[in-house]
Design a protein around this ligand. Sequence first.
Ligand code: PEP
Ligand code: MG
Length: 829
Amino acid sequence: MSLIITSPLRGWASALDQVPDPVFAQRMMGDGVAIEPLGDTVVAPCDGEVTTLHDSGHAVALRSPEGAELLIHIGLDTVTLKGKGFEPLVKAGDRVARGDPLIRFDMDAVALAAPSLITPVIVTNAEAFTIVKRTIDAAVGACEALMTLAPVVADARRRSDDGTLVEQAVTLSLPHGIHARPAARIGEAARGFEADVHLLFGEKRGDARSTVALLALGTRFGDEVTVQARGDDAEAALAAIVALLGSDMGEGAPVAPAPAAAPAAALAEGQIGGVIAAPGLAMGPAARLQRAEIAVAREGTGAVEERAALIAARNEVRGRIAARAESAGGSVAAVMAAHLALLDDPELLAGAERRIAEGASAGFAWRGAVHDQIDALRATGNAHLIERIDDLVDIERQLLLALSGVPAEADAIRAGSILVADDLLPSQLVTLAASGLAGVALVCGGPTSHVAILCAGMGLPALVAMGEALDGVADGATLLLDAEAGHVTVDPDAEAATIFAARVAARDARRAAAQAAAADACHSADGTRIEVFANIGTVENAVLAAAQGAEGSGLVRSEFLFLGRDSAPSEEEQLAAYQGIADALAGKPVIVRLLDIGGDKPAAYIPFAAEENPALGQRGIRVGLAHPGLLETQLRAILRVQPVGQCRIMVPMVASVAELVAVRATVERLRSETGIAEAVAVGAMVETPAAAMTADLLAAEADFLSIGTNDLTQYVLAMDRGNPAVAAGVDALHPAVLRMIGETCRLAATRGTWVGVCGGLASDPAALPILVGLGVTEISAVPGFVAEAKAIVRGVTIEAARGHAARALACTSAAEVRALARQFGGVAA
Ligand code: PEP
Ligand code: MG
């Protein structure tokens, strides 16, 4: 359990090393942070009891209810002032609450009489608490987070006497916690150092070189883990691993898994429902895949032989995986890299070695070692990590096959078949896909498993979690795999097969036509201009978006510049990034969203007090307004992009008009300071019910509104967008969300302000006619969907879309809306 210590003063926080007094700089009294005061009242940095208030009033000590002991020492050598200029407001023994005034002091008088006003805030009982996070080199306000303390649990958490053990806490930015791919990268980084590196999470401790040990920590996004390094290059190792853990390792922001599609449409006879793991349509014969058990002898023929056999088998499998990774690239290569790391995992190898030394065969030893780790993963209870068990089973199977001499390529399938299996291992999928697989239907599996990720990457339609009903499907049965509606039709009659084949053909033709017309401006069928933009994060995205026909960017997620680093990007760095995006979009509008950080997107260098409910806490523009320096630097960078005005400014997570007004006022001040004559558009995101319901008031102050349906949905439905337990319910087509969108458009229209959508709903084909019907005139979708979005919009008239939207608003559930969308002019089918 960590303890937040807030700043007792407004001022500038720096490391104790900056204090020109060895007693503090060398931490003789303990570790802490120093503050150059800008305010004259010292307030309590936590709840607690005043244990000492020095007679001269220049220093106060407190003990928190958790037992942390803190000393606040105002200025240096101030004891010599004998109380002059200090006014104690409490006495020893008083109980205080965080923020209660403790001492007021005369800044001018003390500054004149003492060598320095710098005020160390020290944790004096280092044996009981360690500082795991601190704010330094930054402005802090009184009561803003200054330090996070963690109790010293075991000797392992203490800095060793010879100073070679170093540690640091870090909040995980990985959207799915440390799963196989990040674990493999952490292991790879750790192996580059001599130092032993461990990760601590709660009571668990894992070797950073061991993928399985890292998986078994059971971490999730936002968890705080402590990294410990011991050895000659411990500092460098610590810095490298902390930097990795603090980044998203290229995994992007957390997204809710694809909603289960099964409830969206009632199943007809002969249909089996499932969860969409990768969207698409496929028809073909079922190819059942049975995974044969591999028998292994328990007893070995001697440790030397068994060790040699294990080494040879690992080498064989390693070669095969490396070859696959090289020829595939993309997500396949990433999964293969994770498998390579498992093959060399020190904990698996140690487990196997121990068993071999006890007389087991290489196969038996490997199987035992793998199953220990499978049990550990299962024990975490974390659904996402449990999905990673497949990777361990895969590596177990590949090695056992290599030991037994059975060729792994035994899994072959007729081209055009739809694979039907209980479960599928990533390596099997890669092998089978090469023989021309058309689709995948699995009894088990999860939508975020590696198999699902691989299928999506290969464009292979896949349904998972179909249940035992799939067991009844015979080998060779004709299947219609509908991974858009979420079901398989078994042995369809001729009519159903013809209709499905026509759908597949129409989809292919639609895609080709959409691609051909991607570059043309988008109008509805009756000529209303609907802009189709793309959401982007990087220059590469912008280039891709432009190639797909994006008419601009409706959402530049500027946080990509801010996450996964130790300090905020400079104005120049930001300017270069925004200019690059603007150039890639060649004069087309670029809507830069101001830093949207906090909640599900923490940044290590912006101090956030622990929040019980981060989604309802310091998020979006609340952070920008609380850190005006950050906000102004970003605004200056945006204003400097040439040509002026190409970049528009969008304010995230607005809950009240005052926030927008404050940003607009800052923009105007910066414009006049920098002599920019051209107007620069400022708009607000509608992500809170408050913003939706006051859209007319916001519209009066904004140049445009853009609806962030991801957040709007979570706040309207009171369902956490990152919580898999409610993921199936987080559907932005819920009529309550649609009504909010409709109301936003209606209210904004009273002020003549246009409304766009930049949340995930803009990339949902089922949603586009409804959005247009509700009055949305700008759609900002993922780059790969831009051409298709344009084609869908071109296929509807505003009148038809309005009628359709009105019917959607009257539906009772998202499932009903989806069913309605499927019937609408065939556009979303
Ligand atoms: C949204 O909330 O819909 C949105 C576009 O912002 P993000 O997904 O980045 O929170
Ligand atoms: Mg959002």
